[in-house]
Ligand binder design. Sequence first.
Ligand code: C5P
Length: 211
Amino acid sequence: MRNIIITIDGPAASGKEKISKYISKKWKLKHLDSGIIYRRLALVLLKDKVNIKNVNQIKKKLKEISNVSFQKSRRIRTQEISNLASKIAVYNFVRIFVNKLQYKFVENNKNNQGFVIDGRDIGSVVFKKANLKLYIEVKPEIRAKRRYKQLIDSGEKSIYRKILKEITLRDQKDKVRKHSPLIIPKGAYIIDNNGTFNKTVKQINKLIEII
Ligand code: C5P
C-alpha cells in the first residue's frame, strides 16, 4: 500500500476527526483535515476585519496569503469560526484556493505511505479517484450530545440545544450550497457512527484491509 488516499466525508461533528486520526495511526497514513484550512482562512478574515459578504475584499485578501498553517488550535474551534468557515465555504474561488493547498500537501508528502483526508467534498470533488471513500453517518442528536460532552469535559460552558441548532444549521448550509455541497460521494461506503467507536472502526478496518 503506497500513496493510497482514503477520503472521509460527513456532516459537522460526525466524528471525522477522531476516525481520521485513528486510521492515520493504525495504517500509517498522513492525515489532512481540510476543515482546518477553511477555519484558518476564516480566522484571517475575521482578524483583518474583511467583510465576508464582499467577494472582492475576500479575493484581495486571498491574494495576500502565501501560506496557511494546517495546525489545529483552540482559536479556530470556536462557534464563531465554525460559522464563518461555513459562510466562506460557499464561494467557489475560496474552495479552489483550499483545494490547491490540499493538492500541494499531497504532492509534498508523496513519499508517504498515503493519506487520510477528511472534509465535506473530499471524495466527491477534491480526490474523486481515491482508493477508498467513506461517508460518516450519525443522527444530529447524537452528534450534538457528543460535542456537548466534549466541551463540558474540556471545562467549557455549553448548552446542548444551542449545539444541536448550530450543527443542524451548518449541515443545512453545507448541503444546499451550489458549489461542492455535502453529498454521499459516488462509490463511497456509508459508515454508521451512531454506536461505539469500536463498532465504527471495525467497519472501516474491514474495508481498508481489502484495498
Ligand atoms: O470540518 P469542520 O467542521 O472543521 O469544517 C468547518 C466548515 O468548513 C464546515 O462547516 C464546512 O462549511 C467547511 N468545509 C467545507 N469543505 C471541506 C471542509 C470544511 O466546506 N472539505
